[in-house]
Design a protein around this ligand. Structure first.
Ligand code: AMP
Ligand code: FE
Ligand code: FE
Ligand code: ZN
Length: 281
């Protein structure tokens, strides 16, 4: 069941394939009328996405971001919606994160060389228009013929437990929620499947409730009905809005969903708009 809202998508400004404009056009063609672009740690795609969405009288665009944080043994991604992306201190913080992403990616390329899988740093950079990430390293590995696909690159080298993995600058989940709230945004915990599997999700949710988290992704990409029911129950228990999105990257992963191809109901999205209005975002 497709939704008219999609709160989680990526463009080539981070690790997606489409330009912000092409992403907006594709989402609109798919029936999406409320869209957020949530690139990783970067807001540079928002002006183009805004401009593209403005050409559709019945489309509402929400400025967004997805930020990476770490807890021991796992990554925690948090999206922010209705952020004041022009806030100067916020942009400085993002610039710092970009720098640390670059340094970390260079170290991963170094590791790959030691592992006998050399790739040129220039090739990695050629795939990254904005925020550089592991998917760009994966594309360079595919191009060099070391692996057959992006997925294989993650499976063999780049996943959190992979031999070429390098940690990045650590941000605590609470810090990121505070950053997002500091620029008038509403924060949502992303794709909780791995967090549930690792254990300790209720404890994390309790921490994040305290920190001011607004929502949790319940309707995500390829989640099964049983998983969505579990996350909906957790959302209700902690008083979080049950939100979600396709997390569309357009890189052809087998579990990929098109923009809007998620069963996100409009009720919680309307609640999100109400909260944003109350915050004056
Ligand atoms: P980074 O931001 O550099 O830590 O890279 C994380 C990104 O890599 C995620 O946002 C996904 O887009 C992508 N990713 C993570 N795991 C996988 C995987 N197993 N297969 C393909 N892409 C992945
Ligand atoms: Fe990504
Ligand atoms: Fe994510
Ligand atoms: Zn994402």
């Amino acid at each position: 069941m497709p939704s008219i809202a999609d709160l989680h998508t990526h463009s080539l400004i981070s690790d997606g394939r489409l330009s912000p404009r092409d992403l907006v056009d594709l989402a609109y063609r798919n029936g999406v009328r409320i869209l957020s672009l949530t690139d990783h740690d970067i807001v540079d795609g928002l002006p183009e996405a805004f401009a593209a969405a403005e050409e559709y009288a019945d489309m509402t665009f929400i400025p967004g971001i997805e930020m990476s944080t770490d807890v021991p043994g796992n990554e925690v991604h948090i999206t922010g919606h209705f952020i004041d992306w022009q806030d100067e201190p916020f942009r400085e913080k993002l610039a710092q994160l970009q720098k640390s992403r670059l340094g970390r990616a260079e170290k991963m390329v170094e590791r790959l060389k030691e592992l006998g899988r050399p790739i040129e740093w220039e090739r990695v950079q050629s795939f990254a228009e904005g925020a550089v990430g592991r998917p760009h390293i994966a594309l360079a590995l595919v191009e060099a013929g070391h692996v057959a696909s992006v997925n294989e690159a993650f499976d063999l080298y780049l996943s959190r437990t992979g031999p070429a993995y390098v940690e990045r600058e650590r941000l605590e989940p609470e810090e990121v929620v505070a950053l997002i709230r500091g620029v008038g945004g509403l924060a949502t915990l992303c794709h909780p499947r791995e967090l549930l599997a690792a254990g300790g999700l209720p404890e994390l949710l309790a921490r994040l409730k305290e920190a001011g988290l607004t929502g949790i992704e319940v309707y995500y990409q390829d989640y099964f009905d049983t998983e969505m029911a579990t996350f909906k129950e957790l959302a209700d228990r902690f008083g979080f809005l049950p939100l979600g999105g396709s997390d569309y990257h357009g890189l052809g992963n087998p579990n990929q969903r098109e923009p809007g191809n998620i069963p996100l109901p409009i009720g919680p999205v309307n609640e999100l708009f109400k909260l944003a209005e109350e915050r004056g975002s």
